[in-house]
Ligand binder design. Structure first.
Ligand code: PLP
Length: 567
């Protein structure tokens, strides 16, 4: 798959984060600055997709469908050709069945807000699986509330696929909608959607398949599946963000009311007669679409077509088998479900380690993986997990990258605190250093550190300085919402109206960050706390790239809670 990888500039040696991890430069076959294992969230983009945007804006930028000039004709023709390319890609019958949306999320919302309201009566049932992405849960929850319909939730078998026996027990004459993920974004297992579609049809239910995690990995034929709707996002298959597809059978789309209203989706607008709507597919495409994105998406499809599906599937299988086997050798690794996934998406936890700590430590080695609930909180609840780690790969990933990842993961698991040193200072020595740090001490401490790897180590060492909070101080009121891990904060104020904070977290990385943040706020008045510039502080520490407080990560939640308490 060398030819595949070569077309992704971000994965090449010119990658801007090439200096992030200076210490592991000599493992052959790996770009040490950057191993991207977060493809389930979004894939990287090949040159043709990147170039397509530039060509469009430089050479034929115009709005589509509306104008009679040549530029618009050229843009319209490329835009509609992209629709035809998607039609061929999933083997739909007609281009009229391909609706452009912003992404898989909007596609589901479109169906829920149109067909959902049209066909549901109180007491009717919607079936979804416990493993669905939030995008395929929340729209149905709101719809059920609005229509007094009932949601029935499918459980999984031990391998992590939808349990067909359970489905057979749930489905009945009241089932009006069955909406399942083709592949779980956490478990990487292909669901038995052919059987689900056939059984749903037998009771007259509408079938909707969320293919967001499928289309990049294996061929999809909507006519062979015979589902009513199939949807996905371009950005998970090498295309741009902000473009999605809703495939629907023409007869159903024709009968559905429009979703959003405005320009483009109308036939005639009048104050004297009823406004009439456009034909398919335009009836569902109000306003100016993401023209450059749609055209670039066609390039992504063209790019994928250069490679034989069989070769891609074979190579991805090689990657996943290799990764699964290597992880299985590490005794602390606990797979979320049993057996090798069907696509290269693998979920696991590391016994004795917080997921966020593992993910941030891997990031310090230049390896991007995911930790958390992966927008599948009900699945986490079902599996009795607070979250997990997810490695998701693409054909541009390599066996060498997996080996490097495994080596780094083993190092992280093995490293006991006494082995952690920063510029020759052990954790123990570190602990003996002053315990009452202020922001200037922290800034001095970070001043000599170069690279995220060393700064990350320093944060982990600082975590040792945080006294643990008593269990009676860990309650709902002290909980910091917005942190990926659990974190608590309590405050007290002395007679001079000076604030003192104590905090704790179950993740070491957050405990280290709490030391940094508390050093800035402890011993200050409310006014000093309110006016303290946290962004400038993080900038001075060299942490803005990874931990910018404005990014809505745990740091922001901690700072906001401190500020709220001081009011
Ligand atoms: N469905 C699944 C299975 C997904 O994995 C995702 C995104 O991760 C979505 C839906 C939502 O996709 P988007 O955010 O592109 O709308």
């Amino acid at each position: 798959m060398k030819k595949f990888r070569q077309q992704f500039p971000l994965l090449g040696s010119s990658n801007p984060s090439a200096t992030r991890h200076d210490q592991e430069k000599s493992v052959p076959g790996v770009n040490h600055a950057f191993v991207y294992f977060d493809n389930g969230a979004t894939t990287q983009k090949p040159n043709c997709v990147i170039d397509s945007h530039q060509t469009f804006y430089q050479e034929y930028n115009a709005n589509v469908h509306r104008a009679s000039h040549a530029l618009s004709a050229k843009a319209t023709s490329a835009f509609e050709q992209a629709r035809a390319d998607v039609k061929d890609f999933i083997n739909a019958k007609s281009s009229k069945e391909i609706i452009w949306t912003k992404g898989a999320t909007e596609s589901i919302n479109l169906i829920a807000n149109t067909l959902g309201h049209q066909i549901l009566s109180p007491g009717d049932e919607i079936i979804i699986a416990v493993s669905e992405h939030h995008a395929n849960i929340v729209p149905w929850q709101l719809l059920a509330k609005q229509t007094a319909a009932i949601i029935k939730v499918l459980t999984l078998d031990e391998d992590g696929r939808i349990d067909l026996a359970n489905f057979e027990r749930l489905i009945n004459d009241k089932t009006k909608i069955v909406c399942c993920g083709h592949v779980s974004n956490v478990l990487g297992k292909v669901n038995p959607i052919e059987a689900i579609i056939a059984k749903a049809k037998a009771v007259g239910a509408v079938t909707i398949i969320d293919g967001a995690q499928a289309v990049a990995h294996f061929p999809v034929d909507v006519q062979a599946l015979d589902c009513d709707f199939y949807l996905f996002s371009a950005h998970k298959m090498y295309g741009p963000t902000g473009v999605g597809v809703l495939y629907g059978k023409q007869v159903l789309l024709d009968a559905m009311p429009p979703y959003q209203l405005g320009g483009e989706m109308i036939k005639k607008v009048s104050f004297n007669q009823p406004t009439t709507f456009n034909v398919l597919p335009f009836k569902f495409e109000a306003g100016t679409p993401n023209i450059a994105g749609v055209i670039a998406f066609a390039q992504a499809i063209k790019f994928m077509k250069q490679f034989c599906h069989q070769d891609i599937m074979q190579y991805e299988n090689l990657l996943i088998q290799h990764c699964y086997r290597a992880l299985a050798q590490i005794s602390q690794i606990k797979f979320v479900v049993r057996d090798v996934p069907d696509i290269p998406v693998l979920a696991f936890t590391v016994e004795g380690h917080h997921n966020q700590d593992i993910a941030s430590a891997l990031d310090s080695f230049g390896i991007a993986i995911r930790s958390g609930h992966h927008c599948a909180m009900p699945l986490m609840e079902y599996l009795s997990l607070s979250g997990c780690l997810r490695v998701s790969m693409a054909p541009y990933n390599t066996i060498e990258e997996i080996d490097y990842f495994i080596t780094c993961l083993e190092k992280i698991i093995m490293a006991s605190d006494s082995h952690l040193t920063v510029n020759g200072v052990t954790a123990k020595q570190h602990l003996q250093q002053s315990s009452a740090l202020n922001s200037n001490d922290i800034i001095k401490q970070f001043a000599h550190l170069t690279g995220w790897h060393n700064r990350h180590r320093e944060i982990m060492l600082l975590s040792k300085k945080l006294p643990r909070l008593a269990s009676h101080d860990r309650h709902e009121q002290s909980l910091i919402h917005g942190c990926e891990s659990l974190a608590w904060l309590v405050s007290r104020q002395d007679k001079q109206a000076i604030f003192y904070f104590q905090a704790d977290s179950d993740a070491r990385i957050i405990r280290g960050l709490l030391v940094i943040v508390l050093a800035a706020f402890n011993g200050k008045t409310a006014e000093q706390i309110q006016t303290f510039d946290i962004e400038e502080y993080f900038d001075k520490l060299g942490l803005m790239q990874q931990l910018s407080p404005s990014r809505g990560n745990g740091v922001l939640a901690i700072v906001e809670k401190i500020k709220a308490l001081s009011l």
